[in-house]
Design a binder for this molecule. Structure first.
Ligand SMILES: NC(=O)c1ccc[n+]([C@@H]2O[C@H](COP(=O)([O-])OP(=O)(O)OC[C@H]3O[C@@H](n4cnc5c(N)ncnc54)[C@H](O)[C@@H]3O)[C@@H](O)[C@H]2O)c1
Length: 394
């Protein structure tokens, strides 16, 4: 587990996923057997790793990544480093023949992301990329609504993601400062578009083009050491995506907005037969036969409670993944099954590369002001594309 002392590495991957899996006695396989996990904490600061190991009663930690990769006891290399440090570490782990499980974005440029997918393919190693939003209870309920045909023909998707990230002067910022510096791999497009790509692709259809406007709303922030720095990265992005099948998606991503919704991310899906609003946990629906019939009248104050016209969808399995399970953990379990018994796992480095490509095209759109087409990236055209990409537009 490389980068395990970081925000994501520690909370979501170590504590909420791997330690939780250990505590429950491992991951259950299809034949009822259980496979247990043993983490090796990897990082640059030995004292920090020792303290983490002590706190959680863990045996193994090291600052020597190469030695860890050379050691056959460790089967999966997982990566939660800052984005900038990821590609070089992944390259080494692929060369060492480890299975790979990594945070997104998989690389800083599409060219590099594609190269990683190709190397993993050639090495024949199992690989997976965090697609955590698909595992959120709210989005799992949405998946079920789509599969059941609830929406009829889906027309559009509108998403709002964001909250106010403090500048760091009088109130400490709640995200690491590198996120606000392009030169350190930051930016909301680079951070969020990889998520939007897999959410749109796996729920609604391939993203065929993007129009995006990326802005740096807050030009100066204060870092972890109390130093003022120039925020060079985009902290808000307003985007429209065209999806296969004619669905339009508009998604706002912002660290400079104040929340006036039920959750920090919310999607509204409108279809001919019904609509849904989903968040991390919640999912409410309005079928067409329970849709109110508003008429526009600016002369009469409208006392109707529109929020009351929606019906909350309960989880199917009240205690399982749709209920309270952590999405990172559920995806880890699937990946471990993929490694242990070859269970299917579609969210690979190629899918990760498509996410990086969408971020790159989003930035290109913002720079040029044009709508930008997104080429298809599949296992079939992987080699072809690897020879033609133009070095990454960023
Ligand atoms: N899936 C999600 O929802 C989600 C959310 C936030 C962040 N992320 C991704 O997770 C990754 C980590 O983000 P974070 O917020 O935890 O960041 P963080 O700064 O808290 O942690 C980064 C880790 O990388 C290590 N590190 C920093 N520079 C390094 C270098 N040059 N060489 C080796 N190690 C280095 C740090 O010591 C730390 O352990 C990023 O790629 C980010 O895009 C994903």
């Amino acid at each position: 587990m490389n980068g395990v002392s970081g925000r994501m590495g520690y909370r979501q991957h170590l504590v909420r996923s791997i330690l939780a899996i250990r505590e429950q006695g491992g991951v259950e396989l299809s034949d009822g057997r259980r496979v247990q996990v043993e983490p090796l904490l990897v990082g640059r600061n030995e004292a920090k790793l020792a303290e983490l190991a002590r706190r959680h009663g863990l045996e193994h930690y090291t600052t020597d990544l190469d030695a860890a990769l050379a050691d056959d006891r460790w089967q999966i290399y997982s990566d939660f480093l800052v984005t900038k440090a990821r590609a070089s570490a992944l390259r080494k782990a692929i060369a060492a023949g480890k299975a790979i499980y990594t945070e997104k974005p998989t690389a800083e440029t599409f060219e590099e992301a594609l190269e990683l997918a190709r190397l993993a393919d050639e090495a024949g190693i199992k690989n997976g990329v965090v697609h955590d939003k698909l595992y959120l209870p709210g989005l799992r309920k949405l998946r079920r609504l789509i599969d059941s045909g609830f929406f009829g023909r889906i027309l559009s998707v509108r998403g709002e993601f964001g909250y106010w990230v403090f500048e760091g002067d009088w109130m400490p910022a709640q995200r690491p400062s590198w996120n606000y510096r392009t030169e350190d791999g930051g930016g909301i497009i680079v951070d969020m578009f990889p998520h939007w790509n897999y959410v749109l692709e796996y729920l609604f259809g391939r993203v065929e083009s993007v129009y995006a406007r990326a802005v740096t709303e807050i030009p100066e922030r204060v870092d972890e050491q109390g130093r003022t720095y120039k925020a060079t990265a985009d902290d808000a992005a307003y985007a429209v995506f065209d999806l296969a099948g004619g669905i339009t998606a508009q998604l706002n991503s912002s660290w400079t907005t104040r929340v006036n919704r039920d959750e920090l991310v919310e999607f509204q899906v409108d279809g001919t037969h019904g609509s849904a609003v989903v968040g991390l946990f919640g999912c409410k629906i309005q079928p067409r036969n329970a849709t109110p019939r508003p008429t526009w009248n600016p002369d009469i104050p409208d006392g109707h409670d529109y929020a009351a016209d929606w019906h909350e969808v309960p989880p199917l399995d009240l205690n399982g993944a749709e209920g309270f399970e952590n999405g990172f953990k559920v995806q880890w379990e699937e990946f471990i099954r993929h490694v242990a018994e070859d269970a299917p796992f579609p969210y690979d480095l190629l899918s990760g590369a498509r996410g990086v490509l969408m971020a790159e095209k989003g930035l290109e759109s913002s720079r040029t002001g044009a709508r930008v087409d997104i080429p298809e990236v599949t296992a079939e055209n992987l080699r072809e594309l690897a020879g033609t990409v133009d070095g990454g537009a960023r």
